[in-house]
Design a protein around this ligand. Structure first.
Ligand code: ADP
Ligand code: 5GP
Length: 189
C-alpha cells in the first residue's frame, strides 16, 4: 500500500463534538479528505449513503470483512464499522491527506499498520455530565443507546492520554483553534 499521504486519526467518545469539529476542518483544509467508513448502524435523519458512511446490513458487512476489504474494523456500540482498504488506497495514491474518525480499537489498528505515519488526536469532553447533556441535546439516539454510549465513553476516557495529541472540546471556537493548529503542524512536517 502507498503510505505517502498523511493519515490523521481523530478519536473521541460519542458526543464529544468530534463531528462538529471535523465539519469545520473540511472548510479550512480542502486537501484533507475524510475516509468514508462502512457501517451497519441505522442511518440518522439526514444521513445519506456514501457521505458520512456507506450503510450496509450485517450480512453484507460480514461478507466484505471476510473478503479482506477492510483495513481495520470494529464493533462499536453494538454496530460494525470498517475502514475500506480500496477507499484509502485510492485517495493516498491520488496524493490526498486522509482524516479518519475511528474508535479506540480503530486507532490502535491504524497505528499498528502505519506506525508514526498515522497521527492520533483524542478529543475529550470537558466532563461526562457535559457529554451526556450534549448527547441528549443532539436528540439522535434513544435513551438506552445514550446510556450505552456514556458507558463506552467512560472506558474510552481511560485512554485519553495514550495518543499523540489531546484537545478538550470545552468552548467550541477555542477547541477548534487548538485542533486546527495541531492539524496544520502535522501537515507541515
Ligand atoms: P460526536 O461526533 O463526537 O458524537 P457531535 O459533533 O455530534 O459529537 O456533537 C454532539 C452535540 O454537542 C451536538 O449537538 C453538537 O452541536 C454539540 N456540541 C459540539 N461541540 C460543542 C461544544 N464545544 N459546546 C457545546 N456543544 C457542543
Ligand atoms: P457514530 O455511530 O456516532 O457515527 O460512530 C460511533 C463510533 O464509531 C465513533 O467512535 C466513530 O469514531 C467510530 N467509527 C466510525 N467509523 C469507524 C471505522 O471505520 N472503524 C472504527 N474502528 N471505528 C469507527
Amino acid at each position: 500500500m502507498n503510505k505517502s499521504g498523511k493519515l490523521i486519526v481523530v478519536v473521541a467518545p460519542s458526543g464529544s463534538g468530534k463531528s462538529t469539529l471535523i465539519k469545520r476542518l473540511k472548510k479550512d483544509f480542502p486537501n484533507l479528505e475524510e475516509s468514508v467508513s462502512t457501517t451497519t448502524r441505522p442511518k440518522r435523519a439526514g444521513e445519506r449513503h456514501g457521505e458520512a458512511y456507506f450503510f450496509v446490513d450485517r450480512s453484507d458487512f460480514i461478507s466484505m470483512r471476510d473478503r479482506g476489504e477492510f483495513l481495520e474494523w470494529a464493533e462499536v456500540h453494538g454496530n460494525f464499522y470498517g475502514t475500506s482498504k480500496r477507499f484509502v488506497e485510492g485517495r493516498l495514491a491520488s496524493g490526498k491527506d486522509l482524516l479518519f474518525d475511528l474508535d479506540v480499537q480503530g486507532v490502535d489498528n491504524m497505528k499498528e499498520a502505519f506506525g508514526d505515519k498515522a497521527r492520533a488526536i483524542f478529543i475529550a469532553p470537558p466532563s461526562i455530565n457535559e457529554l451526556e447533556s450534549r448527547l441528549r441535546g443532539r436528540g439522535t439516539e434513544a435513551d438506552e443507546v445514550i446510556k450505552l454510549r456514556i458507558d463506552n465513553a467512560k472506558k474510552e476516557l481511560l485512554r485519553e492520554h495514550d495518543y499523540d495529541y489531546r484537545v478538550v472540546n470545552d468552548e467550541l471556537d477555542g477547541a477548534y483553534s487548538r485542533l486546527k493548529t495541531i492539524i496544520q503542524s502535522i501537515l507541515d512536517t
